[in-house]
Design a protein around this ligand. Sequence first.
Ligand code: B12
Ligand SMILES: Nc1nc2c(ncn2[C@@H]2O[C@H](COP(=O)(O)OP(=O)(O)OP(=O)(O)O)[C@@H](O)[C@H]2O)c(=O)[nH]1
Ligand SMILES: [Mg+2]
Length: 387
Amino acid sequence: MACPIRILTAVPICDGHDSAINTINLEFIRHGIEVVYLGFHRYVGDIVRAAIQEDVAAIGISSYNGGHIEFFADVVRQLKNKGAGDIAVFGGGGGTITHEDAAEMKRKGVDQIFFAGTSLQDMTDYVQKQYRRRKKTRTNSNRDLALARKLTELEDGFADRRQRPTHNRSIRNCKVIGFTGPGGAGKTTLIDELVLRFLQRQPKSRIAILSHDPSVIGEGALLGDRATMINSQDDRVFMRSMATRGQAGGLSPATESCLTLLAHSEFDYVIIETVGTGQEALPFRNKLVDQTVLVMNPDYGARLQLQKIVMLDVADIVVVNKTDLERAKAALSEIEQRLTQNKRKQGMVATVAKRHRDPGVDELFELITKSTSSPAQSRDFAAKALK
Ligand code: B12
Ligand SMILES: Nc1nc2c(ncn2[C@@H]2O[C@H](COP(=O)(O)OP(=O)(O)OP(=O)(O)O)[C@@H](O)[C@H]2O)c(=O)[nH]1
Ligand SMILES: [Mg+2]
């Protein structure tokens, strides 16, 4: 497998026109490109930070609400200032970007603008031709950039079959927490809320997030977790999105090596999110993480389904998220019974991750940061939460 091209796409601040970029993203991933999608209404600083951490070859911006000359130019300027001037900037905005505007934008360092009527095929061909072999400049003292480029080397080493997994057994100074659970259960939303608490309550701690999404047919991938991570757009957070690149089970062939590097890179916490997993998944082997969190959705089916979810036997903490939903009460009681049968000290927490200042998320934060509160107490808390 050749190393896929990685690009980042986004829509500028005060712009909600995301329909064009969604169509373009899909076309790119169908042609083997890995697209880190940052979402709409995004600041220049957040786009630049994300592009550096994700070590993409180029940033594609879709802009419709005006201000494109200044916005694109600012992205180019900030990339240069941070030593990442080798990341190209391209994009479009239908008829809102005129040919004169585009000429000025190119003078300011923008690589290419696509006008209304360009076919998706032409845009894909351009990306594949221009951004496959990127000439990287030497990394300077920018800490994120240097780390990001090492992660790319590791990841691409696996794609070229040069690398073998490095086992993560050496002593590390940070805590590694693994989040897994079915697709859409709320893993990313929950992690983002936890990051908010880390940032607020631990003024010096630095956090790394390794987030996984599946590669699709054609070997591209839509790496979309960043679009949900709002609080995590912060200089104290290093986030990296990884595609599974053909590996089943929830992680990528390079996860272990990348995790080893992050765990030795002066972070206080490293958080891993797996792809949405199935009943048989046991993604965290080889003592990969210090603590495992299984995030469940109350709509898992009937009580019988719980017997089949292997991760319920091994998770340190089980989070029942979306407890605002109707089935939550029954789910909490069924999951509690299932965990009691395990006769292990597993924590159980009821959360509504999409709600700000949710007491359940506070409780989970306590469980993760202090091993002093007993899991049994937290199970009581979860049960009481819905009484
Ligand atoms: C669809 C649309 C909407 C939808 C948006 C849905 C969504 N979620 O995206 C809705 C109805 C919600 C909407 C709302 C608004 N809209 Co509107 N909208 C449009 C419309 C009709 C089409 C834009 C589009 O998606 N085109 C489809 C894409 C695929 O094709 P394209 O634009 O030709 O782009 C080509 C290339 O440029 C390239 N491309 C585009 N982006 C990128 C990015 C990359 C990386 C690459 C490689 C290529 C590329 O791809 C295409 C290839 O052919 C345009 C008018 C128009 N006909 O362009 C107005 C338009 C953009 N909207 C406009 C306005 C004013 C608004 C509102 C402010 C209206 C209001 N008063 O409420 C709101 C603002 C919403 C917000 N929060 O920002 C104006 C902007 C005017 C301006 N900038 O001066 C326009 C131009 C309409 C007009 N003539 O007045 N809008
Ligand atoms: N009702 C409700 N919705 C929630 C809650 N938490 C998250 N969601 C929504 O659930 C959807 C999926 O959330 P994500 O955080 O992306 O879920 P995920 O588990 O990371 O998804 P994948 O990474 O695709 O497996 C989003 O629309 C969230 O807004 C919650 O507590 N209650
Ligand atoms: Mg997710």
